[in-house]
Design a protein around this ligand. Structure first.
Ligand code: RB5
Length: 142
């Protein structure tokens, strides 16, 4: 899979860990930044990753900030993109299976590295189930 990753300063360490994990599993990674610890604005990176997913440039996207919340709020404003904040592997799996959430958002200040990677793997290993869930996903658009 080709996966876009992005973070602000508060998610930088976890984003780098996720990028390395994805590469070690044979995925292609597009890292939009940030690449430095200096304070920056999460919407800049959320939009870049959301646009890549929306335009089919990458299969999926992962966004990390302090809580994951601002990243998800921003990405969800991009039409056709569904982003979910998760902090447990079950939710990560289900948001792919039932909601076709192709953008996963994690909070570096919320989850430890082990839980974050478990969420990532659960989500990556899951495919959207379609069917009645496709109908419901289409109903989301206002
Ligand atoms: C940065 O301090 C923090 O606000 C940001 O990383 C994120 O948690 C916002 O949703």
């Amino acid at each position: 899979m080709k996966v876009a990753v992005g973070s602000d300063h508060a998610g930088l360490s976890l984003k780098n860990l996720i990028a390395a994990h994805l590469l070690s599993r044979g995925h292609d990674v597009v890292d939009v930044g940030t690449h430095e610890a200096m304070s920056c604005n999460y919407p800049d990176f959320a939009k870049q990753v959301a646009y890549l997913v929306r335009d089919g440039e990458t299969d999926r996207g992962v966004l990390v900030c302090g809580t994951g919340q601002g990243m998800a709020m921003t990405a969800n404003k991009v039409l056709g993109v569904r982003a979910a904040v998760v902090s447990d592997p079950f939710s990560a799996r289900m948001t792919m299976a039932h909601n076709d959430a192709r953008v996963l958002c994690l909070g570096e200040r919320v989850v430890g590295q082990g839980v974050a990677i478990a969420c990532l793997d659960a989500w990556l290993e899951t495919q959207f189930e379609g069917g009645r869930h496709q109908t419901r996903v289409e109903m989301m658009e206002g």
